[in-house]
Write a protein that binds this ligand. Structure first.
Ligand code: VGL
Ligand code: ZN
Length: 207
């Protein structure tokens, strides 16, 4: 069974958001065309407490984009984003959330970030997405969302490790690009590890 997996389509990652991904809003019209093509849609939501340790604001003298050691793992420091209870944490209102089978939240533990929609970055805690997908007979995931070089990439790599067939919809993702080539490199890495890369038109033009 096929499913669409939407990664972190939240106001803080969109235009004007706290961690706005360049050109992120361009994926919204693409997504609108994709929704009717899927009977099963799953989504992830970055869902941090206000004192999450991935925030530069929690580390005196540290700048956004710096990498620190957080509880044994390398951690890029981000602006405060996707804080529970704020407007920025919400999924974009154009998404047909009433039709989603499940929305999994991640990044609640202050000591460990969670880029992947399946596990935290230390692979210690599962979000429940794998179980939700299995309960619904999903074997093939079409992935879209934000950001290509972080949450999309790590979700795709975990999905491949878990045995899913994975298709990245390349025009339905955008990258943070702290380094200008990060997005491109991430797509190459996903491809080399077994993901297929397609453009949305392939799905939209299907009967
Ligand atoms: C993300 C950085 C921090 C993402 C989440 O959704 O790609 N990136 N938190
Ligand atoms: Zn985050």
């Amino acid at each position: 069974m096929n499913a669409l997996l939407l990664i972190d389509i939240q106001y803080d990652f969109l235009q004007g958001g706290a961690l706005a991904v360049p050109n992120a809003n361009e994926i919204l019209p693409v997504l609108q065309k994709l929704f009717p093509k899927f009977n099963l849609i799953f989504a992830s939501q970055d869902f941090h407490p206000a004192d999450h340790r991935s925030f530069a604001s929690q580390h005196q003298g540290k700048q956004i984009g710096e990498v620190i050691n957080l509880d044994g793992l390398p951690q890029v420091l981000w602006p405060d984003h996707c804080v529970q209870g704020t407007a920025g944490v919400e999924l974009h209102s154009d998404l047909p959330t009433d039709k989603f089978t499940a929305v999994v939240q991640k990044g609640q533990d202050v000591k460990v970030d969670s880029y992947s929609a399946f596990f935290d970055n230390g692979h210690r805690h599962a979000t429940g997405l794998d179980q939700e997908l299995k309960e619904n007979g999903v074997t093939k995931l079409f992935v879209a969302g934000l950001a290509t070089d972080y949450c999309v990439k790590f979700s795709v790599l975990d999905a491949l490790k878990l045995g899913y067939e994975v298709v990245l919809i390349a025009d339905a993702v955008r990258a943070v690009n702290l380094d200008a080539k990060d997005g491109e490199r991430s797509i190459e890495e996903m491809k080399s590890k077994g993901a297929s890369i397609i453009l949305s038109e392939l799905l939209i033009n299907e009967k």
